[in-house]
Design a protein around this ligand. Structure first.
Ligand SMILES: Cc1cc2nc3c(=O)[nH]c(=O)nc-3n(C[C@H](O)[C@H](O)[C@H](O)COP(=O)(O)O)c2cc1C
Length: 199
């Protein structure tokens, strides 16, 4: 059973993060979830979802919603320094920040480690584990691009939410699934979200 840290930040694209969560749980992964304050605002703005500020409350809500137990889904606050992924001794198998703000991108690129999300990402880099960022902004400035290049050279996967159109998407869900399929591929988590090219 893979252990994945899933981080939500306050960029547009909450549906990508939510679908990733749903697919990871459906695939039997253990998920360690962390979220920023602005992610809560975006959840409300984009999907009319109310994500409570207390991590324990969100954990209860999501476990009930997805029918999983406390072993499969853990939720941590940004100051929970005893969370496993805060240490290189327990990083799990991979981490995804989806969606990823330019602020979080900058903090990660500069090793800020000022909260659990930033620290967990820093741990993934130093332990040479899979770290995937799904940065959402357009256009990108040279600052954003420099941060992405720096991280890419360190082995971080920069996976912008750019769905292709060659699978003839009919719904928003089809577009979301295109991006989530790429995230799951990077994590080596099996899925049937869309037909593969050439099959
Ligand atoms: C509704 C909403 C949408 C936003 N969309 C983006 C975005 O797409 N990309 C981005 O970099 N910042 C976006 N922001 C701004 C970030 O949320 C802001 O820079 C914040 O400080 C990031 O904090 P966080 O990384 O801790 O979530 C948005 C803010 C709001 C309220």
């Amino acid at each position: 059973m893979k252990i994945i840290t899933l981080a939500f930040t306050g960029a547009s694209g909450f549906p990508y993060g939510l679908r990733t969560l749903e697919c990871l749980l459906a695939a039997g992964c253990r998920v360690r979830l962390v979220y920023t304050q602005v992610a809560q605002i975006v959840a409300k703005q984009e999907l009319d979802l109310t994500w409570p500020s207390r991590a324990a409350d969100l954990a209860e809500l999501l476990r009930a919603q997805y029918g999983v137990d406390a072993e499969q889904l853990q939720v941590f606050g940004q100051q929970e320094w005893f969370a496993p992924m805060a240490s290189g001794s327990n990083p799990g198998d991979g981490m995804v920040v989806v969606p990823c703000t330019m602020g979080a991108l900058s903090a990660i690129a500069n090793g800020a480690s000022d909260n659990l999300l930033e620290r967990a990402a820093d741990v993934m880099i130093k332990e040479r584990k899979t770290l995937i960022l799904v940065p959402r902004e357009t256009p990108f400035s040279a600052i954003h691009l420099e941060h992405m290049l720096k991280l890419s050279r360190l082995g971080v996967v920069i996976l912008p939410p750019n769905p292709g159109f060659y699978h003839h998407p009919k719904t928003i869900e089809d577009l979301v699934d295109f991006v989530v399929a790429r995230i799951l591929d990077q994590l080596n988590v099996p899925h049937q979200l869309m037909q593969r090219w050439g099959e």
